[in-house]
Design a protein around this ligand. Structure first.
Ligand code: GLA
Length: 726
């Protein structure tokens, strides 16, 4: 049983394989947080202490007892208006403009299986894999009712949290801030690890102390963003990759988010994850609800690697869905860096021929096939095949591609419109724009109001009519700008950002219902919407528009803390690299791209015969190990931001097969020898290097490691395959 209820104390214990989470509704009905961490078998309410803290407020029921204050007690769902002056999980504005809510325990329910969230992505699990605890809290004065949801995946060491806020009162309420999870820590020195970035340089890891000033990791861009990822780690001071305690919070959402962390006056740490509160004013009339997207929590006492393994398994098994969730993905060739907008049907057919010759499974016709779209200044919104440009119908084109034994995929950007398009000329009111003001353009395009059903329907019909024309087995769903004007012609402005994201999810869900076999790859100028929300619909996401192998080492390193390699689109592109001008060998580009969903982003027609042969071998190697790469465990073996080499390891779940990949980032004269230590092997098992036949004991590889071969020249790389001897 994952959820244990102690009736006498009104105390809830959530047990997973290695962790315990505990809370209790106290004598006033406040839900106090007691503990989250390594598994314990004990009521932790002895940790609570009460003292007169002068300036901290006391609830009226306590009369002249000044030792009870919600400004100091650890809570599950702190609310503004109860005397807690720290950062809270919920702010409600009442009809009289007062910002106050006082939530008390009403009831709870424990059920088998994992709760679902209407219209939102969420971890899924069957009745054997999960249990749900729901706790109802209510403010009897304004009628606000909050259902706190906890999903416990015992075997996975995963606890999910969400909240449904309902107005059961008569007067309108406005939700000004809403989080799905709060973690309070009574003591300890923590550091926050977050992943910041920019277009073409996403998810750089940064580790900063949690201090008495509040830190916010957030997006106000309408997408989860290139700039910040909605996944953070709270680590004890001395936690490293392999040792120490750390907690993860991953928001399952693709829009504006906010994670706040800080220490209070008594050095207690609070971490809150939820919706961005700026430009958020969510109106609830009587009977209406707001569902706060889910946060996935996990704890590891084995450092970041332990935590990453938990998230990787959870995302692969309980977020990604559909035919491709757990099966090898097609190796693809994308036309973007091969031809940009300058292509016709023959270009694509030639790419397909080259693909067939090399062993590539799928060709993607990227941007430029529709409407009047020969540059990124026009055409978005007109999802009509430009047969004149292609020189044939889509069906004819796809038939020619399929004839080569190659699958066909297509690029779309459904959320956007160009002013120079028929859609915009006919429906200028379809965009997010503030009346009477000039629109803010980005990539010379505007954003369609996906919070409106009729707008989504128009685009849905257009996209379906394209997909119905031919055998299209893959789409790349792009989003090439952020939201700047949260103003809708039909929706209240404070709801637009949230309703927009729900609109995107609704569209994706409908698309998958209609085309269940379709593989959708997410994209947002590369990795600008790389989050667990999108992964519920698109089991892979184009990791970055930066295809430079050396930059990718850092981008993929940061991405790997939460997201499994099976979610990360990673391609070999031409050199000099189009984003950096850097030259790396085809071999190194292949090694780096293999730490993700492998593919190519170049014109194979421009490769020499030797390069083509090398490419064939690369693809063979990838396909041989694709199952292991996608479903095995992944370990970071070095830090590309600090170390002279970048190393990582893919190991099968049963520990019998290992791929060690190493790239030398820097080369210097008279180099010292570096050693790479492997992880997760079976200690007493002998592993054989399949190329050299040299045998090593698992313990030796993990404790002493292998010397790194640097060789001469920049950015060398190699892979070692180790098989366990029977
Ligand atoms: C974005 C994507 C690219 C490509 C272009 C097309 O930038 O990330 O891969 O599809 O759009 O316009």
């Amino acid at each position: 049983m994952a959820v244990i209820y102690n009736k006498e104390k009104n105390l809830f214990t959530l047990q997973t394989k290695n962790t315990t989470y505990q809370m209790k509704a106290d004598q006033l009905g406040y839900l106090l947080h007691l503990y989250y961490g390594k598994k314990v078998d004990q009521d932790m309410d002895y940790l609570l202490t009460y003292a007169d803290r002068g300036f901290s407020g006391n609830p009226a029921e306590m009369a002249d007892n000044r030792t009870y204050s919600l400004d100091t007690l650890p809570q599950e769902y702190p609310v503004l208006g109860t005397g807690d002056n720290r950062s809270t999980a919920l702010v409600i504005r009442n009809a009289d403009y007062s910002e106050c809510c006082d939530l008390r325990y009403v009831s709870h329910e424990i059920i088998k299986g994992k709760y679902k969230l209407d219209g939102l992505p969420a971890v899924y699990a069957n009745d054997k894999e999960a249990e749900t605890l729901s706790i109802i809290l209510k403010d009897n004065s304004n009628g606000a009712q909050v259902k706190l949801l906890y999903g416990i995946l015992e075997e996975e060491d995963i606890i999910t949290r969400s909240a449904i806020i309902t107005n059961s009162g008569q007067e309108n309420l406005v939700i000004e801030k809403a989080a799905s999870a709060c973690l309070d820590f009574l003591a300890g020195d923590y550091e926050l690890i977050h992943f910041h970035g920019r277009h073409t340089m996403e998810r750089n890891m940064e580790r900063i102390p949690v201090s008495h000033t509040e830190i916010k990791v957030e997006s106000r861009r309408g997408a989860s963003s290139h700039q910040h990822n909605p996944g953070v780690i709270l680590a004890e001071h001395n936690t490293t990759e392999d040792y120490g305690n750390c907690y993860g919070m991953l928001f399952v959402y693709s829009g504006n988010f906010m994670c706040e962390s800080g220490k209070d006056q008594f050095d207690q740490t609070r971490l809150v994850m939820g919706l961005q509160s700026e430009q958020f004013h969510y109106r609830l009339k009587h009977g209406q609800s707001l569902i706060v997207p889910e946060t996935i929590l996990s704890f590891s006492d084995k450092g970041f690697s332990g935590l990453s393994l938990k998230y990787h398994d959870c995302i692969r098994r309980h977020i990604c869905r559909g035919k491709y969730a757990n099966s090898p993905r097609p190796v693809l060739l994308n036309s973007w860096e091969a031809a940009y907008f300058d292509f016709n049907g023959n270009t694509i057919i030639n790419l397909a021929k080259e693909a067939a010759d090399l062993g590539i499974d799928l060709v993607v016709m990227d941007d430029g096939w529709f409407g009047n779209r020969d540059s990124d200044n026009s055409g978005l919104g007109d999802w009509i095949v430009n047969e004149q440009k292609l020189g044939c119908s889509l069906n004819e084109l796809v038939k020619c591609v399929n004839k080569q034994g190659v699958k066909f995929g297509i690029w779309i950007e459904p959320e956007m419109v160009s002013e120079d398009s028929n859609l915009y000329r006919e429906h200028p009111d379809f965009v997010l724009q503030i009346p009477g003001r000039q629109p803010i353009r980005s990539r010379n395009q505007l954003v369609l109001d996906f919070s409106r059903e009729e707008v989504r329907e128009n685009i849905f019909k257009q996209i379906c009519s394209v997909l119905d024309q031919a055998n299209i087995e893959y789409i790349k769903w792009d989003m090439n700008r952020n939201l700047t004007e949260l103003y809708s012609n039909k929706n209240f402005p404070g709801c637009v950002a949230y309703n927009y994201v729900l609109g995107v999810y609704d569209f994706l869900e409908k698309l998958l219902n209609r085309y269940p076999g379709l593989l959708i790859e997410g994209c947002c100028g590369g990795g600008g919407r790389f989050d667990a929300g999108m992964l519920y619909y698109t089991p892979q996401i184009w990791c970055s528009d930066n295809t430079d192998a050396i930059d990718r080492l850092k981008i993929q390193y940061g991405t790997s803390f939460f997201y499994p390699v099976s979610t990360s689109g990673s391609h070999v592109s031409a050199v000099p690299n189009h984003q950096t001008g850097r030259i790396t060998s085809l071999h190194t580009r292949g090694v780096v791209a293999m730490s993700g969903i492998f593919g190519y982003e170049l014109d194979p027609g421009k490769l020499s015969d030797e390069e083509k042969e090398e490419t064939r071998q690369q693809i063979k190697t990838y396909k041989k190990y694709a199952g292991l790469i996608q479903s095995g465990d992944y370990y970071r073996l070095s830090d590309p931001f600090k170390d002279i080499y970048t190393a990582w390891e893919n190991i099968s779940k049963d520990g019998t097969q290992v791929i060690l990949s190493i790239v030398i980032n820097e080369i210097h004269g008279n180099m010292p020898v570096y050693y790479v230590k492997l992880k997760g092997l079976k200690a007493n098992t002998i592993y054989k290097d399949i190329e050299s036949d040299i045998c090593y004991q698992g313990t030796a590889l993990m404790e002493a490691g292998l010397p790194i071969r640097c060789g001469l020249g920049e950015y060398n790389s190699y892979q070692i395959i180790l098989n366990a001897e029977k």
